[in-house]
Structure formats: structure tokens, C-alpha cells
Design a protein around this ligand. Structure first.
Ligand SMILES: Cc1cc2nc3c(=O)[nH]c(=O)nc-3n(C[C@H](O)[C@H](O)[C@H](O)COP(=O)(O)OP(=O)(O)OC[C@H]3O[C@@H](n4cnc5c(N)ncnc54)[C@H](O)[C@@H]3O)c2cc1C
Length: 320
């Protein structure tokens, strides 16, 4: 299975997973086409995808991986990740089953981490809650949104977050208050630590349904104008302090640049789209060119927002 994982570890992992599968909601898929797991629609074969249907399963799987000494990558909706054309040798951990559901209560919503962010935004709006409108249309899951502190139109998910249930690597499920979790612009320490977010509680304000739905329609229209229809992974680079990556990239003449099948869209200089035949090597090369151009012109080194993963699950360096 894995080039960097010793065969004995692979066998041990497979047999542990088979045992767990007998009793718990757990799916194991081998040789999976990664392109279908990422919004960029690029990537070779992933050796192993482990889909966990509850927090207990996540804890069991993490403990098996820890015991055997195998690294893993937690995947939500794959809307901020670009996989390597050569695939991925470490296991991908995804969530489903019970963790894809949500429940609305008088204070807001409790949602499983693999619930789709936009579906939850719509459901709470229809139930007469305000707060999530700005997040409508951001692809991906609640878990990914919390790990990234996703945000748009003046709201970040941490503004609404009350508490988070996580499974730390090798540990048992715990609930932590959002206030105790370090976070910033498009980042949180959950992602840095490799904790798996399994469930979140968002506190929301009661509001008139027609007003909230109107706001959602407005935001949907704005998004449609700004975003390309071709596959992408959203903004390639974070905004540097006090400026916008898109403005810098446009001024550096990046709009319309192309490497192979990867192209910077005309609607946004910070978004790469994948045309027919695009490879991860094309996308990475184009991202390097964007970074270099802005650095040469403005002396600013843009930090990637998209995670470019190599075959071993390590972030690819875009150069300095
Ligand atoms: C067209 C388009 C528009 C976008 N617009 C926006 C926008 O307006 N604002 C914005 O902030 N982002 C935007 N994005 C980026 C992306 O959608 C967000 O970052 C999103 O929140 C990522 O969620 P995901 O579930 O797809 O995460 P993934 O891409 O699967 O993963 C992203 C990171 O989160 C981690 N992660 C995922 N799930 C979990 C979990 N359960 N526990 C722990 N870690 C986890 C992963 O390990 C990875 O490091 C856009 C992307 C696209 C393609």
C-alpha cells in the first residue's frame, strides 16, 4: 500500500481496521481516485480512505494509527486542498454517518463536522436564525470551516462558535469551549495540532425568516459573480496584513496566466482553475509564478491558503 509506511505496519493497520469494521460504523476504501475528493478535481490514487461514522470510531481509528505509527490526513469537503498527481500514500480520514447530521435548537445549531456548511446555513435561515448568512456558498464541511476559520462578508465561523467536540491524536473525544481555541485569519490551532473536529455548536440569533433568506440570496448572487465555474480550490493565497492578495496579483499581471491546464481566472487574480488535462504540477508551478511575481513587484511573500499536498501528505513548498 504505502511507499513510506513499512509493509508490516500496513498489514497491522488493515487487520485492526477489519476488526473495528465488525462492530463500528467504519468504511475502508482502497485505491481511491483523489480527484473526486477535491474541488480542484486533480490527484492520483489515494492508497486508503477511512470513513468514520461516529466520534467513537474516530477515537478508535486514531488510536490504532498512533499505536502502529502511521500518519494520516483529515479531509473535509476537499475544497481547500490540492492532491498530487502521484496520489497519496498516507491514509485519508473522512467523516460521515452520524457526523453528517445537524440539529437546530432554541439557541442555534449543533452539527456534525461532515455536515455541508452551505446546507446548514440554509437550514438555520429557514428555521429563523441569523448569523451564518455570510458563510452561505463556502464549499466544504463544518469541520473544515472550523479548522480553517472560514469566513466571508464580514463573518468568520469562530464569531459564532460556542464549543467544539474534538478527538485529539491518540486521545478520547473531548468538548472544548471555542474561547479556549487559538485562531486567526483563516487558521486555527485545531488544524495545526491535527485534532479531528467531530461536532460543533454555533450560537445564533433569532430573526425574521424572510430577512435572513433575502440576505442569503443577495450573498449567493455576489458569490456567483466573483467565482469561476471551473474547478478550483478557492483563494490560492491569504490576504497579507492590510492588503488583498487578489489586488497584488492583479497588479503584478497575473490574471489570465496559464501553465499547462492550470489557469488564473479572469474573474479573480487569486484563483486558479483547472482546465481539461490540468495536473497538480501545473497548478503548483502556476502558484509559484504568482508568488514570485508579487514578491518581485512588491517585496511581499504571499502565504498559501490552499494546501498543496505531496505524495507523502506533506505540504509542498512554493519557494521563497
Ligand atoms: C469556489 C470556492 C470558494 C471558496 N470561498 C471561500 C470563502 O469565501 N471563505 C473561506 O474562508 N474559504 C473559502 N474557500 C475555501 C474552502 O472552501 C474553505 O476553507 C472550507 O472551509 C474548507 O472546508 P473543507 O471541508 O472543504 O476542508 P478541506 O479542504 O477538506 O480541508 C481544509 C483543512 O481543514 C482540515 N480539516 C477538514 N476537516 C477537518 C476536521 N473534521 N477536523 C480537523 N481538521 C479538518 C484539513 O485537514 C485541512 O487542513 C473556497 C473554496 C472554493 C473552492
Amino acid at each position: 500500500m504505502a511507499k513510506n509506511i513499512p509493509l508490516s505496519a500496513v498489514r497491522e493497520l488493515q487487520s485492526e481496521l477489519r476488526l473495528l469494521q465488525r462492530e463500528l460504523p467504519l468504511e475502508v476504501h482502497e485505491r481511491v481516485d483523489l480527484a473526486s475528493w477535491s474541488s480542484m478535481r486533480i490527484g492520483g490514487l489515494g492508497d486508503l480512505v477511512i470513513r468514520c461514522g461516529s466520534e467513537t470510531v474516530v477515537a478508535e481509528v486514531l488510536s490504532a494509527l498512533g499505536r502502529i505509527g502511521v500518519r494520516y490526513f483529515v479531509l473535509g469537503g476537499g475544497s481547500n486542498v490540492v492532491f498530487d498527481d502521484r496520489g497519496l500514500r498516507i491514509p485519508l480520514l473522512t467523516l460521515g454517518g452520524d457526523l453528517a447530521r445537524w440539529e437546530i435548537d432554541p439557541d442555534g445549531v449543533v452539527a456534525g463536522a461532515s455536515a455541508k456548511l452551505t446546507q446548514v446555513c440554509r437550514a438555520v435561515a429557514r428555521a429563523g436564525f441569523s448569523g451564518m448568512e455570510g458563510l452561505f456558498g463556502i464549499p466544504g464541511t463544518l469541520g473544515g470551516a472550523v479548522a480553517m476559520n472560514a469566513g466571508a462578508y464580514g463573518v468568520e465561523i469562530f464569531d459564532l462558535l460556542d464549543r467544539v467536540e474534538i478527538v485529539p491524536a491518540g486521545g478520547r473525544p473531548v468538548t472544548i469551549p471555542a474561547a479556549a481555541i487559538g485562531h486567526g485569519y483563516r487558521s486555527s490551532e485545531l488544524k495545526q495540532r491535527g485534532d479531528v473536529v467531530t461536532r460543533v455548536r454555533l450560537n445564533l440569533e433569532p430573526a425574521e425568516i424572510s430577512r435572513v433568506m433575502g440576505k442569503i440570496r443577495e450573498i449567493n448572487l455576489l458569490r456567483r459573480k466573483k467565482l469561476p465555474s471551473r474547478p478550483s480550490a478557492g483563494s490560492v493565497f491569504r490576504n497579507p496584513p492590510g492588503d488583498f492578495a487578489g489586488r497584488l496579483l492583479e497588479a503584478a499581471g497575473c490574471k489570465g496566466l496559464r501553465v499547462g491546464g492550470a489557469r488564473i481566472t479572469e474573474v479573480h487574480a487569486n484563483v486558479i482553475v483547472a482546465d481539461r488535462g490540468a495536473t497538480s504540477a501545473d497548478v503548483v508551478e502556476l502558484a509559484r509564478t504568482m508568488r514570485r511575481r508579487v514578491h518581485d513587484r512588491f517585496g511581499i511573500l504571499l502565504e498559501p491558503e490552499v494546501l498543496f499536498l505531496d505524495e507523502l501528505g506533506e505540504p509542498i513548498d512554493l519557494g521563497g
